[in-house]
Ligand binder design. Structure first.
Ligand code: C2E
Ligand code: MG
Ligand code: MG
Length: 324
């Protein structure tokens, strides 16, 4: 099946993934098809050319995903998801200048699930688009409310845009529409997406990001350093900020990692981008990152993600150089 097929225009090389279902006790045709489907999905996730056999482990994982999906869909529809905000501080004086909005499971809904778990489930389908949109809409609404810590100070907030959402949807228009509706200045919003989200369908994503940036919305690459973006490509991307992945912060003690961070920071500054370090947990890491020229810091050393009401006062981003 892998033999190349010649068409008029080109040569196509098919890839094959195989899911195997075993007929045992009580297997019905429907059950077998379902099992084969699960197994082939898993095989595809492993990359092309894999063969997977459906097991009880796969079945349990699938049932679990289904419960998460049902609960999450309901939580979005009934507006019961929650948002936490994690302050991001300036490297020099460590005053909070902005926040990142992070989604949280509904309070009291058992079992409590971590965003790592339910965001991953949402990302397997278009549910992630609904989740992202809920977070973006709520965050912009909060920025527009004058009596909250964020609204009062005119501070900025970052939101996360998942890869599936970024590469399959025209995402700029709904964001701009929401900013208009809540009368929020576009420079108060930062859209974070990962390298893989940016590069998945680079023409589409870049053109959407341009629309956002033309109006003043800022763009950050999340978890930078975990993907394959070459530094020489950066200047062609419509991006304002790099967020260094927390794995880099965690490994700063290794001289080669520190050298890479310095290279990233110097390159970013040369092309007018700012750099945020994520996952700052110790004073030593913070000092070293400042030494390396990082502009902004985010991590448990300064603050955990927290409910809106607990946020400290923020500095307005206007006039604050390189605020994110
Ligand atoms: P992320 O966008 O890289 O978010 C940062 C994550 O690092 C957050 O985890 C945050 O709580 C955690 N973090 C912050 N400081 C520290 C630290 O000092 N040490 C350590 N070990 N961790 C720290 P969280 O909230 O569990 O979110 C995990 C991931 O889930 C996020 O990574 C993001 O990819 C995704 N996510 C969270 N909220 C949303 C959302 O609203 N939409 C989408 N699409 N994805 C989201
Ligand atoms: Mg993020
Ligand atoms: Mg990150």
């Amino acid at each position: 099946m892998r033999r190349p097929i010649e068409t008029e225009a080109s040569v196509v090389t098919p890839a094959v993934s195989i899911g195997v279902a075993l007929s045992g006790d009580g297997a019905t045709p429907a059950r077998l098809l379902h099992d084969a489907d699960l197994a082939v999905y898993e095989a595809k996730a492993l990359g092309s050319g894999a063969i997977e056999v459906c097991t009880d482990v796969l079945r349990r994982a699938s049932d679990d995903r289904q419960s998460v999906e049902v609960e999450l869909r309901d939580a979005i529809e009934t507006d019961r998801l929650r948002l936490h905000f994690q302050p991001i501080v300036a490297a020099g004086d460590e005053r909070p200048v902005s926040v990142e909005a992070l989604v949280r499971w509904p309070e009291g809904l058992v079992p409590q699930r971590t965003p790592g778990d339910f965001v991953a489930v949402a990302e397997r389908s278009d549910l992630i688009v609904q989740l992202d949109r809920w977070v973006i809409e709520r965050t912009i609404a909060v920025l527009g409310e004058s009596e909250t810590p964020l609204g009062r100070m005119g501070a900025a907030a970052s939101v996360n845009l998942s890869a599936r959402h970024a590469s399959t949807r025209p995402f700029a228009a709904p964001i701009l529409e929401s900013l208009d509706r809540h009368a929020v200045a576009p420079h108060r919003l930062v859209v974070e997406l990962t390298e893989s989200a940016l590069l998945a369908d680079v023409d589409h994503v870049v053109s959407q990001l341009r629309q956002l940036r033309d109006r003043g919305v800022r763009v950050a690459i999340d978890d930078f350093g975990t993907g394959y973006t070459s530094l020489s490509l950066l200047h062609r991307l419509p991006v304002d900020t790099l967020k260094l992945d927390r794995a880099m912060t965690a490994q700063l003690a290794r001289p080669e990692v520190a050298a890479v961070v310095r290279l990233i920071v110097d390159t970013a500054h040369l092309i007018g981008m700012s750099v945020v370090a994520e996952g700052v947990e110790t004073r030593r890491q913070a000092d070293e990152l400042v030494e390396l020229g990082v502009d902004l810091l985010q991590g448990f050393l300064f603050a955990h993600p927290m409910p809106l009401a607990d946020l400290p006062a923020m500095e307005p981003p206007v006039g604050a150089p390189r605020a994110t």
